[in-house]
Design a protein around this ligand. Structure first.
Ligand SMILES: Cc1cc2nc3c(=O)[nH]c(=O)nc-3n(C[C@H](O)[C@H](O)[C@H](O)COP(=O)(O)OP(=O)(O)OC[C@H]3O[C@@H](n4cnc5c(N)ncnc54)[C@H](O)[C@@H]3O)c2cc1C
Length: 416
């Protein structure tokens, strides 16, 4: 009889894990508080980006972050709160903001992104899996001499990691985007990056899993566990108990609270970001674009759509959205694309989601010492889509107890 795996959370990480676990012959059930039709895995920028080999915590970020915090429209904000967890996360974040940590993180982040990209390419060949996957590279625009200098360093590091990357001057950049009038002095072009349409990816995955017999159960918030010593026998929701041979915790930013029920610590905070999406809009670009000084992402998606997204707002998951941050995103776009006057959308057209941010910028993927049959997969911060398929594969290998496709030691959930 096949073994029963319960996955807590139906975001990209939970569904990717379900994909590979079902394929490996397990009987899989995904439980989610919501109907799995919303949340962080939907309104994001859709970048599959091996180019993002630098974690959020970098040596300059604290000084820059403090400056940004004084501006309501800036890309970064920490809502001051008297929270022991936030303070402890902040201290760990500061401890990680070193050159050595950035250097140590580059290879693991590159490898899991490349694994993931290769898997997305294989998914895109499957029947019914049209999620607008486009391997057309990504442009990172810069306007200032300081960021031009920074781009030279990034170029050197990216080439050392074997990533096909080019530095473009203004004319070369303009030639890549002939239809738009760009106000920037140059760009990095990451030729190996790709773009997908996350809303379609999630829908394709849900359909695929349903057809394969995976049980997808919404309105089921996991509130506790059935344990016998070091073994999890199942999970509990308000009205049900689900027996399990193995449990995968992939509940995004909420994973910390769920882990607490098992006396496990997963230091994480919610990094709220916003996006707005337009169909058939006059704002046209061919490539996925990052505006480096503004930390804004522009994603041309699915043929006729364009999505503008950004901001990293460390805040509670129940705090009301701050529309000034959306205004900040749209005003930044105009600074690089002066012809694009994007009006502020109505509040109901603004999407926001909570990135599950680990303190050191690396995901938590692995089993834990305290339980024999629990796998953790969360903490992907800004990279959950990019690393999603690869994480799913690694989770399936961990559950099966077979060698992993790559070295996952740096992602251990109980690393120091
Ligand atoms: C503006 C923005 C742009 C982004 N752009 C990109 C990008 O271009 N590329 C990229 O790689 N990443 C990007 N990200 C990050 C990416 O969206 C996230 O890393 C990713 O969606 C996290 O996926 P997840 O499955 O871990 O969490 P989620 O998508 O949050 O899923 C977790 C699920 O668990 C469920 N859950 C929670 N608690 C429980 C419980 N107790 N019981 C049952 N279910 C529970 C929730 O309802 C939720 O459905 C972006 C994020 C934002 C905000």
């Amino acid at each position: 009889m096949s073994k029963e795996v319960i996955i807590i959370g139906g975001g990209i990480i939970g569904l990717s894990s379900a994909f590979y676990l079902q394929d490996a012959g397990y009987k899989v059930t995904v439980l989610d508080t919501t109907d799995m039709q919303q949340g962080c895995s939907y309104g994001n920028a859709g970048y599959v980006c091996p180019s993002h080999f630098v974690p959020l915590a970098t040596p300059g970020i604290i000084k820059q972050g403090l400056k940004w915090m004084l501006n309501a429209k800036s890309p970064f904000y920490v809502q001051p709160r008297l929270s022991g967890e936030l303070i402890s996360w902040g201290l760990k974040f500061m401890k990680s903001a070193t050159k050595e940590h950035v250097e140590r993180s580059a290879i693991p982040l590159r490898d899991i992104a490349l694994l993931s990209k290769q898997l997305y390419e294989s998914w895109a060949q499957l029947p019914g899996m049209d999620f607008a996957y486009e391997p057309k590279g990504m442009l990172e625009l810069f306007k200032t001499a300081e960021n031009a200098h920074h781009a030279e360093h990034t170029l050197k590091d990216a080439l050392a990691l074997g990533l096909d990357t080019r530095l473009l001057n203004k004319a070369e950049l303009q030639a890549m985007e002939p239809g738009a009038d760009i106000d920037a002095i140059g760009a990095l072009y990451f030729a190996g990056d790709a773009q997908l349409y996350p809303n379609k990816l999630m829908q394709c995955l849900l359909n695929w899993l349903q057809q394969k017999g995976v049980r997808l159960i919404g309105s089921q918030e996991v509130t506790g566990f059935i344990t016998e010593g070091r073994v999890l026998k199942g999970v509990k929701t308000a009205n049900q108990q689900y027996p399990a041979d193995h449990v995968v915790l992939a509940a995004g930013v909420w994973s910390s609270a769920v882990a607490k029920q098992l006396n496990l610590r997963l230091p994480m905070v919610g990094g709220r970001g916003y996006s707005v999406t337009y169909e058939d809009a006059p704002y046209k670009v061919h490539h996925s674009i990052i505006l480096s000084e503004a930390r804004v992402a522009i994603s041309p998606m699915d043929g006729n759509k364009i999505r503008f997204g950004g901001t990293m707002e460390i805040t509670g998951v129940n705090a009301p959205p701050r529309m000034q941050r959306v205004q900040g995103i749209l005003e930044s776009v105009k600074r690089y694309f002066p012809a694009y006057d994007i009006p502020m959308p109505a509040a109901d057209k603004v999407w926001y989601g909570y990135r599950p941010c680990s303190a050191d910028g690396l995901p938590y993927i692995g089993n834990v010492q305290q339980y024999t049959n629990l796998t953790i997969a969360t903490g992907h911060s800004m990279l959950g889509i990019s690393l999603g398929a690869g994480t799913g594969k690694l989770v399936s290998e961990l559950v099966q107890g077979i060698p992993a496709s790559m070295d996952i030691t740096p992602f251990h959930p109980q690393r120091g």
